[in-house]
Design a binder for this molecule. Structure first.
Ligand code: MEV
Length: 443
């Protein structure tokens, strides 16, 4: 049975690795060799990665691909994508080429506000808090003046502070709701530092106010919200319907079925979840490649998708007067300074590849990546079906698993050129080619 270990984080990397391989694997030598195989030979670079998190044992490699030919607001981009799913980069590149021939993508940022809260309980009469809010606000602003000075110099800072009475949702529950502009940074540290300072100031205010009972006030949490409905970007494409003929399907039928596909996602959360997952394939890949926080963006997008009370599509589509328009509108809180942006060499290169965009430009690029991915998925779904393209990309993974030689890979790929390469059929064909017995199903 496994034994717990005390003080693990204090051990050296080598000692941690020894404990790990000796206590968690049947074959310690094999485990050690895998973990160390991924260490970077440049010791300084490896040290930098080690320091991103605690207890780093190895590096987890993901493919880093690029999708060229994205025309966005008249400018050409090559988009970096870090993702393991085989068909995502190919889908992005296909959509990019399709829309480049039809005027490209347009984007606009509809808002850049971030939001955070001091969540607190007040179990007494809060009328003085409400009536004297303007002096509390002044005190909160004074308390954070030093913290916000730099951000203000860059054009950001605290936009507004509001007292929210949330007692209709939870007994005694109030918030200080604070809106921030964080310019080119995602702003999490900035926002949380300000909120922590504000919480202290709120407590002081209650202590010094003759009509407030400091003992009735309890600050529970001070934290940004990852839901940023006012930090939002729109990306769209549009073209005459007649330019949409695709994979043997007429332009009119394509437009009609495409629109129905979105209507179905809006009507059916089971479909909306997969529909939006496909969008996040594109979004997360760029977010990871540019060193941003994909969990924050995922959380915000899904909340946004459910804002009406039902989980719906993040994209929309319209066909009017013979023009097909397809768009996405999503909350994206991104940074091009701070975080990993200067620390991870590949992130630096991703940003350089994109022309070192500011945060707003990056919001547009990421939204386009999501839209392009959804276009590719729906295009395949309403025409040939998804498996043709998907399995084609997956074919190489299956062959790698079968330890096929490069020659065998070419041969099998040729055979499946005009067929859907279902896993079983690939295995059967490969075994026949090698003259080896076909493994039983399930092995
Ligand atoms: C696969 O990763 C994503 C899709 O399932 C998205 C969709 O169904 O819209 C293809």
């Amino acid at each position: 049975m496994k034994q717990p270990i005390k003080g693990f984080s204090k051990l050296s990397k080598a000692a941690k690795l020894e404990w790990l391989v000796n206590n968690n694997f049947k074959d310690a030598n094999d485990a050690r060799s895998i973990f160390t195989a991924y260490w970077h030979e440049d010791k300084a670079l490896q040290k930098r990665h080690d320091e991103f998190i605690e207890n780093t044992m190895s590096n987890y490699y993901m493919p880093y691909g690029v999708a060229p030919n994205f025309q966005i607001n008249g400018k050409l981009y090559t988009i970096p994508m870090a993702i393991e799913e085989s068909s995502v980069v190919a889908a992005a590149a296909k959509s990019a080429a399709f829309w480049m021939a039809r005027g490209g993508f347009k984007t606009s940022v509809l808002g850049t506000q971030k939001i955070g809260h001091v969540h607190f309980m007040y179990s007494s009469d809060a009328s003085a808090l409400k009536e004297d809010f303007s002096s509390l606000e002044q005190q909160l602003r004074d308390a954070t003046a030093e913290l916000t000075a730099n951000m203000e110099a860059r054009g950001g800072g605290i936009t507004s502070i509001r007292l929210v009475d949330a007692t209709d949702r939870l007994d005694d529950y109030y918030q200080l709701e604070v809106i921030f502009e964080t310019c080119d940074s995602m702003g999490a540290n900035f926002i949380n530092s300000n909120l922590e300072e504000m919480a202290k100031s709120l407590e002081k205010f209650a202590q010094n106010h003759e009509r407030l009972d400091a003992n009735a006030l309890e600050v529970v949490m001070r934290i940004l919200s990852n839901y940023t409905p006012n930090c939002i970007v729109r990306a769209s494409v549009s073209c005459p319907v007649e330019e949409l003929a695709s994979e043997g399907v007429s332009a009119e039928e394509f437009a009609r079925k495409f629109k129905q596909a979105i209507a179905i996602a809006n009507a059916e959360p089971y479909r909306a979840t997969t529909h939006n997952k496909g969008i996040m394939n594109g979004i997360d890949a760029v977010i990871i490649a540019t060193g941003n926080d994909f969990r924050a963006v995922e959380a915000a997008c899904h909340t946004h998708a459910a804002r009406s009370g039902r989980y719906k599509s993040l994209t929309g589509c319209d066909v009017e007067d013979g023009v097909f328009t397809f768009w996405i509108e999503i909350p994206l809180s991104l940074g091009v300074v701070g975080g990993l942006t200067k620390l991870h060499p590949l992130v630096v290169k991703s940003l350089e590849m994109l022309g070192n965009p500011n945060a707003e430009e990056l919001m547009g690029i990421v939204a386009v990546s999501g839209l392009a991915q959804n276009f590719a998925a729906l295009r395949a779904l309403v025409t040939t079906g998804i498996q043709k393209g998907h399995m084609k990309m997956h074919l190489m993974n299956i062959l790698t698993q079968l330890e096929a030689t490069p020659e065998e890979k070419i041969h099998v790929a040729n055979y499946f050129k005009d067929k859907v390469p279902h896993h079983r059929e690939v295995v059967n064909y490969f075994c026949e080619l090698r003259g080896i017995p076909v493994p039983k199903v399930g092995r």
